[in-house]
Write a protein that binds this ligand. Structure first.
Ligand SMILES: [Zn+2]
Length: 670
């Protein structure tokens, strides 16, 4: 505590000098409304620095007393002199402007996303700076509902802050330990002095300036960042940490770990310098003082320069440390350029998740990148969209089964960025992302800022892309019929049917990759773009050495092509069983297949008269698999057919009795 008194004294001197320059105004001037987490309102103030002292000598017990100095600059015309700060579950003891005490008013109740305090410091003119000092104390808490993630957690020997919550309607959770304007649009530099018991270490953001004895039993750790950070990216973690450095990068890589985990940490973080290199190649120089990781009981969270990383993950054997790469990528996407409000959270998460694919590409090449994009698509379509519902990347719903961080904005978002890369090509895609990062560096951006940056850089109009993939929801749903022909080469004609689902976006310009496996093991690959509502695509010049099956790089629920990885692009789209098969499921045509798709057998049900019928089953090359005569009864008949020996694919069935022919299709999926 001694240490901090000197600083307080210095700051009070500065405050007094400011006070004399400013004219004091009364406080009944209409203030600008405070912004919700999913709303951006330009405020009359700009917080540009936080200076916080936090007594954590009871850690891991989450009790504290603290002093926070908030440095603000008036930036708007003098229609307001209100300043807002958030602080949750802690008690404000007093607030000062210089040595003048000012009243803080608690506004709203804790169930409100904008629950906050309001105060009215004396007002000067645009550009004037004001320092507000808030003394506070109490028990630091987490977000109020399970999983109790955001806020200040206490587990075992550890006390740690997580910057965002999953189900709290205020999202940003630094207000659980520090009075601040807790909105992602307002970034500030930060200096934190954390006093702890002598056997504890504090990890935080920026540079460690001092680690000094404060009293017989306590130490103070002083951390400072010269680069502005959004409040949700600030953190501290207190435990019996040791510090290790990972060599191999110009950027210091600092790890804070329990001694027991130090060997696992050295092993699992060894690739971080490579990750920095991988992302620097794509996005430019690493933007902060250091790359830091602190092992915490839960995580992961991309706090600026001090990523909170789940300790149990570090003990596992993920040889490429994908999550460390994801969090590191946030230092560019989320931290250097931050979402302006949380409607744009996809700007953080989609990019960081996309960078997982880039990390694989850096390590193992482009095919692994695409395989990862395919895996993300399948995960999104198979499970995430079913669990969370179908919604856009921008301004998504936040109540269960969704949350503040639904998997949709991660996995779907990553695939959408992959499609944008294909659309623009590598040099325009990565060039325009660099342009975006430079333009909004150390600041915040929204979806339109991203779109405009890419359009500026490329000269390509992208409304259509953002409308269908970012602002719109869903994905293209197609069915098709295939027709084979050709002599010297095969020719495949596909007749598509788009299913327009109510409320979903209308999709156009969808790249579809086709792969035809040849006898020598190579693939014949073509990409075609599907544009209008119903269209035919023709793929010609397919070598006769094609062996089947063929792949459309898309999701198909019967998993026919699961072993074939895309070569050039992976699109988010879904193929359903072709239209007439779907109808047949309802027995409307007098023929139906169960199950469809089939695995080991299919039961063909059909309407006939008593007598005999010809039954033919034909594969997608037009080859006859079965030709037989069956005895029939009046009305519905059954025919069981063993499909175990047949390859995956679509099969045509014809049943002819007299002049009447029934046709239908079934799918064999393995
Ligand atoms: Zn993330």
């Amino acid at each position: 505590m001694n240490y901090f008194i000197i600083i307080i004294f210095t700051l009070i001197c500065i405050n007094n000098s400011l006070l004399s320059q400013n004219q004091i105004k009364d406080d009944n001037i209409l203030a600008k409304e405070i912004a919700k987490p999913t709303q951006f309102i330009e405020q009359a103030f700009d917080v540009f620095h936080y200076d916080v002292y936090l007594n954590l000598t009871k850690a891991p017990t989450p009790e504290t007393n603290g002093i926070c100095r908030i440095h603000i600059k008036w930036k708007d015309t003098p229609d307001t002199n209100k300043f807002y700060f958030h602080l949750r579950d802690l008690i404000v003891d007093s607030a000062f402007y210089g040595n003048q005490r000012i009243i803080t008013k608690e506004i709203g109740d804790k169930s409100s996303p904008t629950y906050h305090y309001e105060l009215t410091p004396p007002y000067g003119k645009i550009g004037d700076t004001v320092i507000i000092t808030i003394y506070y104390h109490g028990r630091m808490t987490t977000e109020p509902t399970s999983p109790y993630w955001g806020g200040v957690g206490s587990r075992g020997t550890s006390l740690f802050a997580m910057g965002v919550g999953f189900y709290n309607n205020y999202v940003s959770a630094t207000q659980h330990w520090m009075p601040c304007y807790d909105h992602p649009s307002d970034k500030a530099t930060f200096r934190g002095l954390f006093e702890v018991k002598s056997d504890k270490t504090v990890a935080s953001v920026g540079k460690l300036i001092k680690n000094e004895i404060a009293s017989d039993t306590t130490r103070i750790f002083e951390w400072e960042t010269k680069y502005p950070a959004a409040t949700y990216l600030l953190t501290f973690a207190v435990d019996n940490y040791i510090h290790i450095s990972i060599p191999g990068s110009d950027t210091p890589v600092d790890i804070y770990t329990l001694r027991n985990d130090s060997a696992a940490s050295a092993r699992n973080y060894r690739l971080v310098p490579k990750m920095i290199e991988a992302f620097e190649q794509r996005f430019g120089k690493y933007p902060f003082e250091k790359a830091g990781y602190v092992n915490t009981p839960i995580g992961a969270m991309e706090h600026q320069t001090m990523i909170s990383y789940p300790a149990n993950l570090i003990r596992s054997t993920d040889s490429i440390n994908m999550i460390a790469a994801h969090e590191l990528a946030h230092q560019w996407f989320g931290n250097l350029v931050t979402c302006k409000d949380f409607r744009d959270a996809w700007l953080n998460e989609s990019f960081a998740t996309y960078c997982e694919s880039l990390w694989l590409e850096y390590l193992f090449g482009f095919e692994k990148y695409l395989a990862n994009q395919k895996a993300k698509t399948e995960r999104y379509l198979n499970s995430i969209s079913k669990q969370e519902g179908v919604f856009p990347l921008y301004d998504f719903p936040r109540t269960p089964p969704s949350s503040n961080y639904p998997e949709t904005i991660y996995q779907k978002g990553a695939v959408v960025l992959g499609m944008l890369r294909y659309e623009l090509g590598d040099s325009l895609f990565f060039g325009s992302l660099k342009h975006y990062l430079n333009k909004f560096a150390y600041s915040s951006a929204n979806t339109e800022d991203l779109k405009n940056s890419i359009e500026e850089f490329t000269g390509i109009e992208l409304d259509w892309f953002f409308n269908q993939w970012v602002y719109g929801k869903g994905w293209p749903v197609l069915s098709f019929e295939d027709y084979w022909s050709g002599n010297e080469f095969y020719e495949l004609e596909l007749r598509y049917y788009k299913t327009q689902i109510k409320d979903w976006a209308t999709f156009e310009n969808i790249p579809i990759e086709f792969n035809f496996k040849l006898k020598n093991g190579d693939y014949f690959t073509r990409v075609k773009k599907l544009n209008s509502a119903d269209e035919r695509l023709v793929i010609d010049s397919i070598p006769r050495s094609y062996t089947g099956p063929w792949l459309m790089n898309s999701y198909e629920p019967w998993n026919l092509f699961k072993d074939i990885n895309p070569k050039l692009v992976h699109s988010l789209l879904e193929f359903t069983v072709s239209g007439d098969v779907a109808e047949d499921q309802n027995n409307e045509n007098g023929i139906a297949f169960y199950p469809n798709p089939a695995n080991s057998f299919v039961r063909i049900e059909f309407i006939a008269n008593q007598g005999f019928a010809d039954l033919n089953i034909i594969n997608s090359f037009g080859q006859e698999i079965i030709k037989t005569i069956i005895i029939t009864d009046d009305d519905w008949n059954n025919f069981h057919f063993d499909t175990k020996s047949l390859p995956s694919g679509i099969y045509l069935v014809k049943i002819r009795q007299g002049t009447k022919t029934l046709t239908g299709k079934f799918v064999i999926a393995i």
